[in-house]
Design a protein around this ligand. Structure first.
Ligand code: URA
Length: 236
């Protein structure tokens, strides 16, 4: 059970005090009865909650897949730069949303945005080794030496990366599918750079067992189902 002002505030992306004032004006009803106090509790999964006559769809947390475009940063706030949060459509905006993990400004593809800190922590924790798959376009063909090094773990400065999988995606191997199990800073670009190779395009196409939904245009996003959320954490 949760307080009705909290439910309304989350579902409608408004402050608790704004939600309270809607309740006090008699604009919120639970199972057909107008709610009198913002402190009244309700169970959103079992009750019909109406806000200004409209059914409230409530979930404690939300999980959004964005097909990140180039030119936006994966942060919650950017001083002079547009963030992935800034480009969310109004109906998906909620306070406390943040990108779970980083993509460079010029990297595109699967960006997960959520307000569930514990989930984000679990999928990003290096201990859990959740795989992330990228398509990297590079400026020269990938060699056998690179493949072996990726598979053994590339040494970056003083840190050795965990073994990564690399597969050929085009005839001359200037496009590669790379799966890593960590999220080190600029990891893919630095792994290639260790062999004098420059990444010219980078797109994340999979997190855990969940693939990017290619029906999303760059900059578009949608909510994930509980099955999809589960696939990120426990899928292959
Ligand atoms: N590795 C990179 O180099 N950049 C990204 O955005 C993600 C992984």
């Amino acid at each position: 059970m949760e307080r009705i002002d909290k439910i309304i505030s989350k579902a409608k992306n408004i402050s608790r005090s704004e939600a309270s004032s809607f309740v006090k004006k008699g604009l919120v009803a639970v199972d057909g009865k107008t709610v009198k106090s913002p402190a009244q509790k309700a169970e959103p999964s079992q009750s019909e909650i109406l806000f200004c006559g409209e059914r409230v769809i409530y979930s404690e947390f939300i999980y959004i897949m964005m097909n990140k475009p180039k030119g936006v940063i994966s942060a919650s706030e950017g001083k002079n730069e547009k963030t992935v949060i800034d480009i969310l459509p109004p109906e998906l905006r909620r306070r406390k949303l943040f990108p779970a993990g980083r993509l460079d400004k010029d990297t595109t593809g699967f960006m997960l945005i959520t307000d569930d800190g514990a989930f984000a922590h679990r999928i990003l924790s290096p201990k859990n080794h959740i795989p992330k798959t990228y398509i990297a376009t590079v400026d020269k063909p990938v060699t056998e030496q690179v493949i072996r090094a990726f598979e053994q773990g590339v040494l970056l400065k003083d840190e050795k990366c965990l073994p990564a999988k690399i597969q050929k995606e085009n005839s001359d191997f200037t496009v590669a599918r790379v799966t890593i199990h960590q999220g080190m800073y600029h990891q893919i670009k630095r792994m290639f750079a260790a062999f004098g190779i420059t990444v010219t395009e980078l797109e994340r196409i999979k997190m855990g067992g969940l693939e990017l939904d290619y029906s999303l245009e760059k900059g578009q996003c949608r909510l994930l189902s509980s099955k999809e959320i589960e696939l990120i954490e426990n899928g292959k």
